[in-house]
Design a protein around this ligand. Structure first.
Ligand code: ZN
Length: 138
């Protein structure tokens, strides 16, 4: 069984590779390479996989999942300039792809001692664009 929790946060970012020129970055990322950044209302969906525990009927304590997401993702990222305020995005380009990997890295260690396992992280950068990450090699 799969169970998914969704959270939202707003943040700004700029997509550029430091060692490339302005022109090369513009060619790669378009307007997203503007050094002054731009914002998104990110939506993150975290999917857990497991069997409902017979007594509780739950795959995972969803209160706990909500708390983990709030503490590890929303609180540190909401209303932040990701490149400047949220490591590793001072070094790693904060694309939706890398954000999904980072969300996985932040929450996976906190889902231990349960019957559920993290199955996927989906990050919507816009309504029309999302990435799915299922762990392992990105
Ligand atoms: Zn963007």
């Amino acid at each position: 069984m799969l169970i998914t929790r969704r959270v939202e946060f707003s943040a700004s970012h700029v997509c550029r590779v430091a060692r490339l020129s302005d022109e090369e970055n513009r060619a790669l990322y378009g307007a997203a390479s503007n050094p002054n950044g731009h914002g998104h209302n990110y939506v993150v969906e975290v999917t857990l996989e497991g069997e409902p525990e017979p007594q509780t009927g739950m795959v995972f304590d969803l209160k706990r999942l909500k708390d983990v997401l709030q503490r590890e993702v929303v609180d540190p990222m909401d209303h932040r300039f990701l490149n400047r305020e949220v490591p590793p995005f001072d070094i790693v380009v904060p694309t939706a792809e890398n954000l999904a990997i980072e969300v996985w890295r932040r929450i996976e260690p906190h889902l231990g001692d349960s019957r559920a396992r993290l199955r996927g992280v989906r990050v919507y950068e816009t309504e029309d664009l999302y990435v799915d990450y299922f762990g392992g090699r990105p």
